[in-house]
Design a protein around this ligand. Structure first.
Ligand code: SF4
Length: 370
């Protein structure tokens, strides 16, 4: 495998460049291109062509390669399937919104958590991603934004001159971030220092790894925390999220409260709305009946939180169905009536397969790897 220049520190990059017979200052130029997400050396337009060819023969830019790129028909969402050096594949998603450009990154190749509604866990966990591999997902998105002229797409209505930059990060793609906490923290530190992305525009989502939440408390940066809750009591939650057998809802919420109180942040609660087909083929609500909405209201009463309701995105291999729009709104209305801040997550990029992990899974199937 060719060396990955993005993974070199400054001294290593300078040595690499001078070993090629080039002056030291070329290293700074290359670093600048790498931080812009240049996918190949030919894109580095201020380097002489001969040097670009030499670099191309001797090295690669980032530790990820784009295998597939899908653009939603409204131009707001771009989904990438990326390949790593060991042929593992991951997904990341760029979302262009009125508040900024947000990237949802993966933290692991696959996932060991086994949530029953999720495509990302169907092939199990392959491995943790390195800091560079997580960081590169942002750079891929950054390059795409600059390449596609994000300012043509009504991004950042606030007139920010850097509107071709990634402004928000959500660690909510494939994998459980708090099973790879050290590298996720390393990545967020770099995104803050090197790309100037503010802590308050970063969100880490967990299915409820309590020791990992305490690691974030020790780290003490004012990021946002999201808890994938998906059920209002332990009995139901354990049927769809095996992690609940290890850490009960009360322990998870106690740790989350400590985190959000420390930083005076609003806790994000993620709640996927699931239905199931019964034996006569009718769709019955699973975790989103009116009774469950009342139960969830009691659980969250008095907390500084926002509940994101997420109608389930179909995954062929999974045994659930999407609830009707009416059922979704009824669930939300009950929460609102009970004083719980709630919003329905707008579906983005449904035409490009929005279920997390679906792109990777389908690509593996195409290659008959499962
Ligand atoms: S929902 Fe998240 S934690 Fe659960 S299996 Fe999927 S990727 Fe893993």
């Amino acid at each position: 495998m060719k060396p990955v220049l993005f993974s070199f520190n400054d001294a290593e990059l300078q040595k690499f460049v001078t070993d090629l017979g080039e002056p030291k200052f070329r290293a700074a130029q290359i670093r600048d291109w790498l931080l812009r997400g240049a996918p190949d050396f030919n894109s580095m337009k201020n380097l002489p062509v001969a040097l670009r060819e030499k670099l191309d023969a001797a090295a690669q830019t980032l530790p990820v390669k784009i295998v597939k790129k899908l653009e939603s028909s409204d131009g707001e969402t771009t989904k990438f399937l990326l390949e790593l050096h060991d042929t593992e594949q991951i997904e990341c998603v760029l979302m262009r919104t009125t508040y900024g450009n947000s990237v949802c990154v993966s933290s692991q190749a696959g996932c060991a958590m086994g949530c029953k509604f999720c495509a990302s866990t169907l092939l199990g966990l392959k491995r943790n991603l390195t800091v560079d591999e997580i960081f590169s997902q942002i750079l891929v998105a950054q390059w795409e934004l600059r390449r596609s002229g994000a300012d043509d797409k009504n991004i950042r209505a606030n007139g920010d001159p850097n509107n071709n930059d990634v402004s928000h990060i959500v660690v909510m793609g494939t994998g459980e971030p708090l099973q790879n906490t050290e590298n996720v923290i390393g990545f967020l530190e770099r995104a803050n220092h090197e790309l100037n992305i503010s802590w308050r525009r970063m969100t880490v989502s967990t299915c409820g790894i309590v020791p990992g939440i305490y690691d974030l408390i020790k780290w003490a940066r004012p990021i946002n925390l999201a808890i994938s809750l998906h059920a209002p009591d332990d009995e139901l939650r354990s049927t769809i999220m095996p992690i609940n057998n290890r850490y009960k809802i009360s322990e998870v919420l106690a740790a989350a409260d400590e985190f959000t109180n420390l930083h005076n942040r609003q806790l994000m609660i993620e709640y996927i709305l699931l239905a199931k087909r019964n034996s006569s083929g009718e769709i019955a609500l699973y975790n989103c009946t009116p009774e469950r909405a009342e139960q969830l209201s009691v659980l969250l009463r008095g907390k500084n939180c926002m509940v994101n309701l997420i109608p389930w995105n179909a995954v062929d291999e999974r045994d659930f169905a999407s609830p009707s729009g009416n059922a979704v709104h009824r669930f939300q209305d009950i929460l609102i009536k009970n004083g719980i801040h709630t919003r329905i997550r707008r579906e983005r990029g449904t035409d490009i397969g929005s279920a997390c992990g679906q792109l990777r899974l389908n690509n593996k199937k195409d290659k008959k790897q499962i």
